[in-house]
Design a protein around this ligand. Structure first.
Ligand code: CDP
Length: 210
């Protein structure tokens, strides 16, 4: 069983996927965290975010491990001194601003998708194109939306930033991610603007029980 939860930036995908996964007793997998980790490594190495061959070379010599825990996904880089946890560094404003450029590259999408398809079900997969490009045969698909203002207000709690600036950045990122963010025709769409987190999780679980 694979359940996909896609949606626009800061629509609550990770928190909802985590809650649904815990209720179902299975892991959830954050595809965005792989795009973010790759972007972080590129920014640290000074690699051009549009240079697919250089990015793939960098990823080949930087072994990343995604830990799909139900409480929250983490990503680690293996190194001579042991593993480095990249998770917090992958959620900065710099990574937010750069990730869409890397995520546009078909080669980098292939790199992420191969890692996701190698995982053994059951799991909940969360991102933009889980129900379309990556797992078109998923058992159930969801697509989350919310108004830009609501999403900015949610994210500002995590980023301690100005809400207008966060809203503008989310709208800009949605535009750059538009191509891979089209809902699957058979996805259940949930507008989360008026719902709290337990409400969205309950709506997903109710649909799964039908
Ligand atoms: O939670 P938030 O929407 O802020 O970000 P995320 O899900 O961690 O995704 C970060 C970025 O990765 C997105 O802005 C996209 O550029 C890219 N992404 C993608 O292209 N396809 C996916 N399936 C997941 C993420």
């Amino acid at each position: 069983m694979i359940v996909t939860i896609d949606g626009v930036a800061a629509s609550g995908k990770s928190s909802v996927a985590g809650g649904v996964a815990r209720a179902l007793g299975m892991p959830y997998v954050s595809s965005g965290l792989l795009y973010r980790a790759a972007t972080l490594l590129a920014l640290e190495a000074g690699t051009d975010l549009g240079d697919a061959p250089a990015l793939l070379q960098l990823l080949e010599r930087s072994p990343l491990r995604l830990e799909p825990l139900p409480e929250g996904n983490a990503v680690f880089l293996a190194g001579p001194q042991g593993e480095r946890d990249l998770t917090a560094d992958a959620h900065t404003g710099e990574v937010d601003a750069g990730v869409s450029a890397l995520a546009q590259l078909p080669e980098l999408r292939g790199w992420v998708n191969a890692r996701l398809r190698a995982l053994t079900p059951p799991f909940v997969a969360e991102g933009r194109d889980m129900g379309t490009a990556v797992f078109p045969g998923a058992s159930a698909k969801f697509f989350l939306t919310a108004s830009p203002r609501v999403r900015a207000l949610r994210r500002v709690k995590e980023r301690l930033d100005d809400v207008d600036a966060v809203e503008a950045a989310l709208i800009a990122r949605d535009a750059k991610d538009r191509q891979q963010s089209q809902p699957a025709a058979d996805a259940h769409r949930i507008d989360t603007s008026e719902l709290d987190l337990p409400g969205v999780i309950a709506a997903v679980l109710a649909e799964l029980e039908r």
